[in-house]
Design a protein around this ligand. Structure first.
Ligand code: G4P
Length: 521
């Protein structure tokens, strides 16, 4: 119980450039995992870091894969799941969100809600994941805080409750009043060290002494308005994913970050029950269960090893114990499970619910695989979303057809992209959310599997999973659309619509067929 209670497993998510990496780094600083600010950032581009395993990311300075960083803070064990910064890898981020118990969303105070923020919030909403919002870059000229809050509510479709309040912004930014702790924190731009905070009562004259009469009055007025407009913060409503507490600060200047972290460890949920197809699994159950949510290949290019990331849902995981790989119905023992620190990974003997462990993988795991002590369980993953870009993948080296197929299989197992096989011509179609993913696939096929692929255009609008209670109509539809029918990797029927018009006509003509835009329905 104690081990479960003290765990906080979460992801920091944002639209690129809002400050996710900077905030993560500051958290690690507080967690004592790194000593100087700038370590993570410089690693992001140059050196090998935990969050940047693949060559391609090093070249481009984009964080492609997801990794885990853990540290102890004030008696809590904090697990941060890092997510790729580039939006072309959004799917990877969505999947990571299946393994977290809560999330912190970083929003740029000048830009407000951006496309990626909206999508990520949608995924959090699907799973009722509680979120805290951090409005970053208050040291820059940004938007009016009340306007920002309105926008958050409207665009993210969630109620918000500010737990801190800024005193001006940009060049005139003086600090924030921490509503949650009832303290004033004065802003001193300092990128490396932790800022001091001043304890003052908001109604005292001392406040005027610190920030001047005008700003003190404005702050009192603002706080009154905040209290008038927003219902009092209720931790259970937050944990149910129905209200998002909002903090203001500047990650770069390390301002408002520790307050965010303090409040986060206090209010964020410890590991929650996990839904399996068969039943709900409680973290407190004595028997170990877990699922794979992420596979990363070739951390060390000299050893062709993959690492499967397993989220522990219940019980205690122990090294060298026999566990059942449910899909393969095989008993496996893991002699070198690893955990992750900011700059390294180390072998562990045991792990608890909420923890993420790395299991060496030589092709035995797929995303979504469940491990148990014997029980037949299937944890529900996140559905695949209809991709946004499609291309035919062809073999460009006839001698390497086998390697190519193996490479495609494994990359799809990792969830790099989605594969559909056209039932009419047997050609393979790769679907992604962004152009960069095609480049990653091509690069990795060549570097890891020694295979060469070629892309050919295919004009498609959407891939939708179809089903119907009326088998006749389904058959009829498949016959009529045979050129556009494909199977996904699980053998499900997928309709490849080449335009929005074709799709809406199909929806009109076949009333009894349901068209789904995610693979889970
Ligand atoms: P991301 O992971 O969400 O993509 O964002 P990241 O942390 O990399 O931050 C994006 C840019 O925003 C960086 O600048 C970073 O320094 C800056 N930034 C982050 N927090 C703050 C803040 O509180 N105030 C201000 N003014 N800027 C902030 P860059 O120019 O892209 O990188 P660098 O040259 O500074 O390293």
């Amino acid at each position: 119980m104690t081990e479960i209670e003290r765990r906080r497993t979460f992801a920091i998510i944002s639209h690129p450039d809002a400050g996710k990496t900077t905030l993560t780094e500051k958290f690690l600083l507080f967690g004592g995992q790194i000593q100087v600010a700038g370590a993570v950032k410089s690693n992001k581009i140059r050196k090998t870091a935990t969050s940047d395993w693949m060559d391609i990311e090093k070249q481009r300075g984009i964080s492609v894969s997801t990794s885990v960083m853990e540290f102890d803070y004030e008696g809590y064990k904090v697990n941060i799941l890092d997510t790729p910064g580039h939006q072309d890898f959004a799917e990877d981020t969505y999947r990571t969100l299946t393994a977290v118990d809560s999330a912190i969303i970083v929003v740029d105070s000048a830009k407000g809600v951006e496309t990626q923020t909206r999508k990520l919030m949608e995924v959090c909403r699907m799973r009722n994941t509680p979120v805290i919002i951090f409005i970053n870059k208050m040291d820059r000229e940004g938007r009016d805080p009340f306007d920002l809050l309105d926008e958050l509510e409207e665009e993210l479709q969630i109620n918000v409750r500010p737990l801190s309040w800024p005193i001006n912004q940009g060049a005139r930014f003086k600090g924030v009043f921490n509503i949650y702790e009832n303290q004033l924190q004065l802003f001193t731009p300092d990128k490396q060290r932790v800022t001091e905070k001043v304890e003052v009562n908001v109604n005292s004259d001392e406040l005027n002494g610190h920030i001047g009469d005008q700003d003190a009055q404005k702050l009192r007025d603002d706080l009154e308005l905040v209290d008038g407009v927003y219902p009092e913060f209720d931790v259970n409503t937050y944990r149910e994913g129905r209200v998002a507490p909002v903090f203001f600060g500047s990650a770069l200047n390390n301002f408002g970050v520790q307050e965010l972290l303090n409040c986060f460890v206090e209010i964020a949920p410890s590991p929650k029950p996990t839904m399996a197809e068969e039943r709900e699994v409680q973290p407190t159950e004595p028997k170990f269960t877990g699922f794979i949510f992420k596979i990363t290949a070739n951390i060390d290019p000299n050893h062709r090893s993959c690492i499967a990331f397993c989220k522990i849902c219940s019980g205690k995981f122990e090294r060298n114990q026999p566990y059942r790989h449910v899909r393969l119905d095989k008993t496996l023992r893991f002699s070198s499970p690893t955990q992750f620190m900011a700059q390294r990974k180390s072998t562990i003997d045991e792990a608890y619910p909420g923890d993420i462990i790395g299991l060496p993988d030589n092709g035995i795991f797929k995303i979504g695989d469940t491990l148990t002590e014997g029980e037949l369980l299937h944890f529900r993953g996140l559905p695949s979303f209809s991709p946004e870009m499609f291309k035919y993948i062809e073999n460009d080296d006839p001698m390497k057809a086998k390697q190519l197929n193996k490479g495609i299989e494994q990359l799809m197992d990792e969830g790099v992209a989605q594969l559909f096989v056209n039932q009419f011509n047997g050609r393979k179609i790769i679907g992604t959310v962004g152009q960069l993913q095609f480049e990653v696939i091509e690069y990795r096929l060549q570097n890891e599997y020694n295979a060469k692929c070629r892309w050919e255009p295919v004009h498609l609008h959407k891939a939708c999973w179809i089903e119907s209670d009326d088998p006749k109509e389904l058959e009829n539809f498949k016959k009529r659309k045979y050129q556009y029918m494909a199977k996904d990797r699980e053998g499900r029927d997928v309709f490849l619509a080449d335009s929005g018009y074709v799709l809406s006509m199909a929806q009109q003509d076949f009333e009894h067929i349901k068209f789904h835009f995610t693979s889970e329905f």
